[in-house]
Design a protein around this ligand. Sequence first.
Ligand SMILES: O=C(O)C(=O)C[C@H](O)[C@H](O)COP(=O)(O)O
Length: 207
Amino acid sequence: MKALDVLGISPIVPVVVLDDPKDALPLADALLEGGIAVMEITLRSDAALSSIEQIAKALPEMNVGAGTVINPEQMLAVKNVGGKFSFSPGISNGLLECAKSENIAFIPGVASASEVMLAIENGVEGCKLFPATAVGGIELLKGFGGPFGDMKFCPTGGVSPNNMNDFLALPNVLCVGGSWIVPKASVSSGDFAHITKLCKTALADIK
Ligand SMILES: O=C(O)C(=O)C[C@H](O)[C@H](O)COP(=O)(O)O
């Protein structure tokens, strides 16, 4: 799978923090039921790698990968447990080299023109804009569209049902990332039906 394929799976990429690996499969099922076949599990908890491994083994129809990948060791660990891709909040030569040599779908985070240029120099076709609303959001993406017409983006950080359509309407935006679609309280209380409902509502609201 290539980075652009990852960004083309669903207009919404759920950004997930899991504290307990037992929640991994019910959550993946809930997202699939809601019509979303991609999920980014952030490496911010000890449960992340084992959650990715479980989902990759049990639910091949779910495209599971990692977020918050900030060094090559983590990128390799994600690949080793069956994660299909790595998102990072930033971009570094170490991550770019590791992704190339290991043939890993890598979506780096960018927030400036120079970072987009580093991505282009390394053959990257799709980036996360992070943290999207804080670094300029819609206006920044419109600005990037001039000099970097071929680069595609997944804005993440501050995206919500209120602004999702403004982002998705831009020609250089393939999808948006967000944590709103998987509320922590719903996961901890086992209310996976609510998450399915949030997915269905969000997909139906896309213009
Ligand atoms: O660390 C990463 O790799 C990330 O992916 C960060 C997340 O994208 C944002 O924390 C999600 O932002 P919200 O949807 O505003 O909660």
